[in-house]
Design a protein around this ligand. Structure first.
Ligand code: GDP
Ligand code: MG
Length: 444
């Protein structure tokens, strides 16, 4: 089960075996978990090969532990299995657009039909619902209730058992009334309880409607059965997208990957509760983070993001040094935010080149630094963009306003501005020295 991956991550991050051994073990655990979730074996091996290749080629950044970095790679590669950085396109590419929902009883089709109608209505589409589940008692009532709630019309025929006819008449009626998105809810269990009959009915409805999209609705906790189930539905009516429901109740969602593998369809939404608004556009990265164990992953991702911010700041500093641009308070501010995200000041200082050469920085001085940084951030929050970009315009009256607005003292604002000026002076000095050195080297 995919759930086991979370344990493997934890074991890996806190394990005592050597890094190389731990990596091997982790990859084996990952493969086992994926294969036992019916994920295609080829897919599993190409995933592990990609991970191993990146391990060989890339170097961990200085702010991450090697193990954290490894998990980040696993996270990247697993995410790309689910669609990577791409958010699925959930806005129909043509109008009118007919969506047919399929899936077993209890998977959440009817609820999801209501959620989808609400989602698209909010986006400004003219939406309608068709109830073609003729077997479940009160199925139509359930849909009508949802329709009333969100003010979307529902077509159904009480007491009629001709699902194909009802679906066809409903869709035709709404098409003639110029509805833009029509969502058809179907049965999850046939009256005679046989799956083959149900799939036959799906195929007949599909042939009669020729819907623009067939959406398979699956329960997140379905696990290993998802692969076969999804393939069978896919044979009856080509599945174009998948919605995973009940993601709030379980952290598993393992079936999702299997369903994706079985159908080649993409996951578009996930259901995260019983309420009508509890539908989220699927985000592959967030989903994989859930599989891997959110808490462990989140901090690593945060660090990576901060590092990217930090890289862009360093680039800017290089530009400042080469005289291409001027340093502004806004850069200063961004730098502080990035630093804060990277962890406690003491840890960051150790990572910064050159700081070690200054010798140990006393603990209490670091604490003072933390407090000061927070106050300076507040001060800069009270400045206008104009002031941040061009600090030289900050006169006495502006200083007074900024101190008042940030709940700090006038002296503190002055201190920040002085510090900023000193940094600028220092930069100029370094620039000059760099030029001198270049001159010197030029002579040789
Ligand atoms: P259907 O038989 O496929 O039409 O399934 P229903 O729409 O009737 O849903 C079956 C049950 O699952 C109902 O009790 C729903 O409230 C519940 N349900 C559907 N989607 C979700 C979800 O995303 N989260 C939770 N917690 N419950 C859901
Ligand atoms: Mg239903």
């Amino acid at each position: 089960m995919l759930d086991n991956i979370k344990d493997a991550v934890r074991k890996f991050l806190s394990g005592s075996s050597s890094y190389e051994q731990a990596v091997d073990e982790f990859i084996k655990d990952l493969q086992k978990a994926l294969i036992s979730s019916d994920v295609n074996v080829k897919l599993v091996f190409s995933l592990s090969n990609k991970i191993k290749e990146r391990l060989k080629k890339e170097k961990p950044p200085s702010s991450l532990e090697r193990r954290e970095w490894f998990i980040k790679i696993v996270y990247d590669e697993l995410s790309s299995l689910f669609g990577g950085d791409k958010q699925p396109d959930v806005v129909p590419d043509k109008i009118p657009y007919v969506i047919m929902l399929v899936g077993v009883q209890g998977s959440g089709k009817t609820t999801t039909a209501g959620k989808l109608a609400y989602f698209y209505k909010k986006k400004g589409f003219k939406v309608a619902l068709v109830g073609a589940d003729v077997y479940r008692p009160a199925a139509l009532d359930q849909l009508i209730q949802l329709g009333d709630l969100i003010k979307v019309p529902v077509y159904g025929e009480q007491g009629n058992y001709d699902a194909v006819g009802i679906a066809k008449r409903g869709v035709e009626k709404f098409l003639s009334e110029k509805y833009e998105i029509i969502i058809v809810d179907t049965a999850g269990r046939h009256g005679y309880g046989e799956e083959t009959k149900l799939l036959e009915e799906m195929k007949n409805i599909y042939d009669a409607l020729k819907p623009d999209e067939v959406t398979l609705v699956i329960d997140a906790s379905i696990g290993q059965k998802a692969f076969d189930l999804a393939s069978r539905f896919n044979q009856a009516s080509k599945v174009g997208s998948i919605i995973i429901t009940k993601m709030d109740g379980t952290a598993k969602g393992g079936g999702a990957l299997s369903a994706v593998a079985a159908t080649g369809a993409i996951i578009k939404f996930i259901g995260t509760g019983e309420k009508i608004e509890e539908l989220e556009v699927f985000n592959p990265r967030r989903f994989v983070a859930r599989i891997l164990g959110m808490g462990d992953i989140e901090t690593i991702i945060e660090k990576m993001k901060a590092l990217e911010d930090y890289d862009s700041i360093q680039k800017k500093m290089e530009e400042v040094m080469s005289g291409k641009t001027k340093l502004t308070l806004r850069d200063f501010y961004k730098q502080m935010i990035a630093l804060r995200k990277m962890g406690p000041l003491s840890k960051i200082l150790q990572l910064m080149p050159g700081v070690n050469m200054l010798g140990q920085i006393p603990e209490d001085q670091i604490k003072v630094g933390e407090v000061k940084m927070r106050r300076w951030m507040a001060i800069m929050n009270s400045m206008t963009y104009q002031e941040l970009d061009n600090p030289s315009i900050i006169d006495k009256s502006r200083i007074k306003r900024i101190a008042f607005g940030s709940g700090t003292e006038i002296d503190e604002v002055k201190e920040l501005l002085d510090h900023f000026n000193n940094v600028q002076k220092m930069l100029k000095m370094i620039k000059r020295r760099k030029r001198d050195v270049e001159k010197l080297f030029g002579q040789f």
